[in-house]
Design a protein around this ligand. Structure first.
Ligand code: SAJ
Length: 407
């Protein structure tokens, strides 16, 4: 039996796909509400195909419990935030999970850490826990790092089709985990040591952050000199070795906006491009607010009560708001714009999470003159005609209506 610890955005689909492919799985989360929901037969977030995978996993006998199970294999996928002051990884949830595993596990247990961690985290924070509790690493307990690579919005396809990295101290342990992951993953499973696996994962997300920052910096340069960044990127990308990403209102999500900080925190003075990229991407929500300010001035709009922000999630067609550019904008709103509250609407966020939130596109359109498209959900793409007559600032390059303002 395998006990999957942490049933969030990564742990839940991982537990389900393992169960659906014939592995005996108990999914554990310390949040009783999550367990309650799952035991009632409801998945805790939206993702294409997750409902049917859930049904399949349940039919194969997956169990959900808030208690850690006594077994010889654990997969840990708990959050790894960064400490805002030091920028270093905050490994407390991983450490806590490992401590609890050690309370109940059998001898010879394998603990697979899936959570993204900065290079050296397992040596620095996890191995000492084993020593403290009198466990011998490599004998009583085997540590493995197998970071995931799936992208929200296409998780289930990517779980099966993305290559992944498995870092372990001993090749035979890595092979054992390779066999387990091969039960659902058809792509290459690369075996290496733990530190290389840790670094590789962080390097991948940092690569993307830097490339998005390049697009965002180009947007600012082009704006300052009245050039069309989208047209320039479109043409530049015809070069066989150029692939510039899309500028946007900032980088959100729990991965790309977080992982590069681990390198900045651990290698200050060396991580220069990485730090610059982070700063550029973090400056985008304020850049959008400046654009809103200028457009309002151009149209003689005095206060923001007729301004509407479309989209609360960090990207299109997911219901995840972590580190979302819209939430970042709302935090610094007062510095740039005066007046009443803006209206906010996102078709995928049904709960009230911010002030003046609307719950249907109609309600939203009725109260706004200037719409800032912050997320290119399918809903807005399919209803573009209904925005006719509004002033539009499109930060995602999705609006085809004439007269649309862009980044
Ligand atoms: N974004 C842009 N311009 C772009 C692409 C993205 O502004 O051209 C923005 C998005 O709107 C979003 C943020 O960047 O706010 C990140 O979105 P994303 O779709 O690029 O990535 P995530 O965070 O959803 O998922 C990433 C993926 N990593 C990479 O692409 C390197 C995924 O493969 C990882 O598994 C995941 O992080 C993770 O857990 O690390």
């Amino acid at each position: 039996m395998i006990n999957v610890i942490g049933l969030g955005y990564i742990g839940l689909p991982t537990a389900l796909i393992l169960a659906a492919n014939g592995n005996e799985i108990v999914g554990t989360d310390y949040n009783e509400n999550v367990i309650m929901e799952l035991n009632r037969g409801r998945v805790t977030f939206k993702e294409g195909g997750l409902d049917s995978l859930f049904e399949k996993a349940v039919s194969k006998g997956i169990i959900f419990s808030s208690k850690y199970q006594k077994t010889d294999m654990y997969i840990v996928s708990v959050p790894t935030p960064y400490d805002a002051a030091s920028k270093k990884v905050d490994a407390r949830y991983v450490v806590n999970a490992v401590e609890q595993i050690l309370e109940v596990c059998e001898k010879g247990t394998i603990i697979v850490i899936e959570s993204t961690v900065s290079p050296g985290t397992i040596d620095r924070y996890v191995r000492p826990v084993l020593v403290d509790k009198d466990f011998k690493s490599g004998e009583d307990i085997h540590l493995v790092h197998a970071p995931e690579r799936i992208i929200p919005g296409n998780m289930l396809y990517e779980l099966e089709n993305n290559s992944r990295t498995i870092g372990a101290d001993k090749p035979e342990i890595a092979e054992k985990i390779k066999k387990l992951y091969s039960s659902f993953c058809k792509a290459e499973l690369v075996l290496t040591d733990i530190r290389t696996a840790e670094m590789t994962k962080v390097v991948e997300n940092t690569f993307r952050d830097i490339n998005i920052a390049y697009a965002n910096e180009l947007a600012k340069i082009c704006r300052s000199d009245n050039m069309d960044v989208y047209e320039i990127i479109r043409i530049a990308n015809k070069h066989p070795r150029v692939n510039i990403l899309a500028p946007g209102p900032g980088v959100g999500g729990h991965c790309i906006s977080v992982d590069p900080w681990f390198l900045v925190g651990d290698y200050p003075g060396l991580a220069n491009i990485i730090l610059a990229a982070r700063k550029i991407n973090d400056s985008m929500p304020e850049f959008v607010l400046e654009r809103v300010h200028d457009i309002m001035e151009e149209h003689g709009m005095k206060d923001v009560s007729r301004v509407g922000l479309y989209g609360l999630t960090y990207k299109e067609n997911v219901d995840d708001m972590r580190e979302s550019p819209t939430l970042q904008m709302l935090k610094t709103m007062e510095k740039h714009l005066s007046g009443n509250l803006v209206s906010v609407y996102d078709p995928l966020i049904t709960k009230d999470v911010v002030q003046n939130q609307k719950h249907s596109l109609d309600d939203f359109l009725n109260v706004v003159d200037l719409i800032v498209i912050l997320v290119g959900h399918d809903e807005i793409k399919e209803n573009m005609d209904r925005l006719k007559g509004k002033i539009i600032l499109d930060t995602r390059g999705v609006c085809t209506l004439e007269g649309t303002y862009r980044l």
